[in-house]
Design a protein. Structure first.
Length: 423
């Protein structure tokens, strides 16, 4: 039974995109009208290993799962349709209403579970395909930076990296509370500046689950996007310091900038470019003691600017800033609006991203914002968050660094030149 789908159909009929909705339901319900028995095919090698009772249980399970997957197909097709409709309304500067959203949570599977002994037989009978291509790791980013640009990120201590991050953040107009809370959420309050998603920052065990690295967990495409937008100003900042090390970094950044601008300035193109050796090499600048803090601060600063421009929001809490960082700037802002706060978070994420991130599931916008704040509050008690807060306090008080500042000018915060309002 596709009960949830019928509810969606009744509400969607007659809306601006009703023709598309009707076509979707005709397709899905047409498939659902087929005999469940005919729709289920069991591979001969699996059927040969199952007893009659097991075969019946497996067939019953497959029919139930197929019905559930049809419900999901209807649900997520409607979510995509509503999202496309909202984009058109956004372009026309029209306000959103409840009719622009799917109001139920995604369907949940409630049918029979597959008995473990059958699941084992099924798994053993499936042909072994090619192993998944491993996600690029930190070593790949660093190696591609060396091979493509002859660049090795300048490393420093964890506390010094936090100090430089704090100096750039304060110069950019970000607050200690905003930045430390984003760090607390993104890294669990114990992340290192070279932390990659999927790798435990303490044990260094695990395997990468995305290209996200650093305190703000920038993806490879984020690094490219920020470099394209701000690279010229940062090159100028490096050149203004004038030391051989900084001039060499400026030369490298110019080469990276040329490569980054050789592709269209569109997110999908930058995502694709981030998977190339040159794109991975650019991502390694997050690890550099001079460039990495600036790059991640710019990403957060951009969220503040978007909030001011698109929604007239002059200030954001740490949780609101993180919501924009997590879901995307405009999508995060949409969830903060009165209507967005009341509708399921599934409206704001692609299906794969929704199920991949446990914090967003089965909530409405306001509940997600509250969950982010709760997680932040807990992670603020971890050692990394405490050390980051201390770094902000030291910078704000003008206390000297406990670490040599390479060839940078000792008296001037490195972020000051980039964010000087008189420039």
């Amino acid at each position: 039974m596709i009960v949830a789908s019928n509810r969606h159909f009744k509400r969607a009929f007659g809306r601006p995109d009703a023709r598309l909705t009707i076509a979707v339901f005709a397709m899905v319900f047409g498939a659902a009208s087929m005999s469940p028995v005919r729709a289920v095919t069991i591979a001969p090698e699996i059927a040969a290993r199952l007893s009659e009772p097991q075969l019946l249980a497996y067939r019953t399970y497959l029919v139930s799962r197929a019905d559930f997957e049809r419900q999901q197909q209807v649900y997520w097709t409607l979510v995509d349709e509503r999202r496309d409709h909202r984009r058109r309304k956004f372009s026309s500067r029209l306000p959103y209403t409840l009719d622009d959203y799917v109001l139920e949570q995604p369907p949940k599977y409630t049918g029979p579970q597959l008995p473990s002994e059958i699941a084992t037989i099924v798994a053993q009978s499936k042909p072994i395909g090619e192993p998944d291509k491993p996600m690029p790791a930190l070593t790949d980013f660093v190696e591609n930076a060396r091979a493509t640009f002859n660049f090795a990120p300048e490393r420093t201590t964890e506390h010094e990296f936090k100090r430089r991050y704090a100096a750039d953040a304060l110069a950019a107009g970000l607050s200690k509370d905003q930045v430390v809370r984003v760090y607390a959420l993104e890294t669990g309050g114990r992340g290192t500046y070279d932390m990659q998603a999927g790798i435990d920052p303490d044990s260094r065990q695990g395997r990468p689950i995305s290209s996200a690295i650093g305190y703000a967990q920038l993806l490879g495409a984020n690094s490219i996007n920020e470099l394209v937008k701000h690279g010229d100003r940062f090159v100028a900042r490096l050149e203004a310091v004038g030391s051989p090390a900084q001039l060499n970094k400026a030369t490298v950044l110019r080469a990276m900038l040329r490569e980054a601008r050789s592709v269209p300035n569109e997110w999908k193109d930058q995502v694709k470019f981030a998977q190339t050796p040159a794109g991975q090499g650019i991502h390694a600048i997050n690890l550099d003691a001079d460039i990495g803090p600036w790059l991640q601060v710019l990403k957060l600063k951009g969220l503040l600017e978007t909030a001011a421009k698109e929604a007239g929001r002059s200030s954001l809490t740490g949780a609101e800033l993180e919501l924009m960082n997590l879901a995307g700037p405009r999508t995060g802002l949409e969830m903060m609006q009165p209507v967005g706060r009341t509708v399921p978070t599934a409206n704001f994420f692609a299906e794969a991203a929704y199920y991949r991130n446990s914090v967003v599931r089965e909530k409405v916008g306001a509940q997600l914002l509250a969950a982010l704040d709760e997680r932040m509050q807990s992670a603020l008690q971890k050692a990394g968050s405490i050390d980051f807060a201390l770094a902000f306090d030291e910078v704000a008080a003008g206390l000297p660094s406990r670490h040599a500042r390479s060839s940078r000018e000792p008296e001037r915060p490195f972020g000051a030149a980039l964010f000087d309002p008189n420039r």
